[in-house]
Ligand binder design. Structure first.
Ligand code: PHE
Ligand code: CO
Length: 300
């Protein structure tokens, strides 16, 4: 689920005069659609049907609207080329096939150009309930529906540009910006008249977390504040200890795209980050987590 990791997938070892060295791929690959097996299509169908049932009344309306407009269904793994015809016309985004996680800067460059990298392969049947790296189901089902929403599509592009800019400011700004991606694009919740709803892709694509994020007593649910999030550590290996709640996608856009982060990066220089499960005096608390079952080891 972690697009921002700086190490791309290792694909093979290559013999050089220094011995065998690992080879990584950052290349764009054409989706080898004909190569998907019947088992791959069944995996897609199983995950699709399961999440569609779980996400009723849990995911935000915009997610389902995007999914429907893109004609995604359980029938077969979607063809990127067919998705692209609709997506490109709607918001100018294009999916590109990739082997796996990309280096940070490559990822930012794609986003800034309205290209969304989607892992072309799908998990094995024994990984149905959990896989630690993003696969086609997470990337396509989790992320792509919201790219149909103009304000979110613009947010994602601006994030890519913001990433390239943060990289020029240094490692701390990059870490801070990565936290923003994590707590919005991957694990964001949105407040609606009907209650809290999911919009983060890491939750949409997870059976357990789509229930846990909304219904468990354990995690905190706190009102979104951009600097708060930029100073907050997170978990990469367990459900989140804290979810941040936006009021609207417009609020998210105004709080992140409009301000120049330069002065914020300077102000936060050397500032300590808050533990993932912390609740601060200044937080707008929707729910204070019981902390039940939280691991005690360090957060990422
Ligand atoms: N406005 C931010 C900056 O000046 C860029 C950004 C856009 C960050 C969207 C996050 C999301 O760096
Ligand atoms: Co993701």
């Amino acid at each position: 689920m972690i697009e921002q990791a700086s190490t791309p997938n290792r694909v093979e070892h290559q013999m050089t005069d220094k011995g065998y060295v690992p080879v990584y791929t950052t290349a764009v690959v054409e989706q080898p659609w004909e190569s998907y097996s019947a088992e791959d299509h069944r995996t897609w169908a199983t995950l699709f049907e399961r999440q569609m049932a779980l996400l009723q009344g849990r995911a935000c309306d915009e997610f389902f609207e995007g999914l429907n407009a893109l004609n995604m269904s359980a029938d077969a793994i979607p063809k990127f080329s067919e998705i692209n015809q609709i997506l490109k016309a709607a918001t100018g985004w294009t999916l590109i096939g990739v082997e796996g996680l990309l280096p940070e800067l490559t990822f930012f460059e794609h986003l800034a150009a309205r290209r969304f990298p989607v892992t072309w392969w799908i998990r094995r049947p024994d990984q149905i309930d959990y896989i630690s790296e993003p696969d086609l189901f997470h990337d396509l089902f989790g992320h792509v529906p919201l790219l149909m929403l103009p304000v979110f599509a613009d947010y994602m592009q601006a994030y890519g540009e913001g990433g390239l800019k943060a990289a020029r400011y240094g490692d701390e700004p990059l870490t801070e910006l990565t936290r923003l991606y994590w707590y919005t694009v991957e694990f964001g919740l949105i407040n609606t008249p009907d209650g809290l709803r999911i919009y983060g892709a890491g939750i949409q694509s997870s059976k357990g977390e789509s229930i846990y994020s909304l219904e468990s007593e354990a995690p905190n649910r706190i009102g979104f504040d951009v600097e708060r999030v930029m100073r907050s550590r997170y978990r990469i290996d367990t459900y989140q200890k804290t979810y941040y709640v936006i009021d609207s996608f417009e609020q998210l856009f105004r709080a992140t795209v409009d301000p120049d982060f330069g002065p914020i990066y300077y102000r936060l220089k050397g500032a300590s980050a808050h533990p993932a499960g912390a609740v601060l005096e200044s937080d707008k608390v929707f729910h204070r987590g019981s902390g039940e079952g939280w691991p005690e080891d360090a957060d990422a």
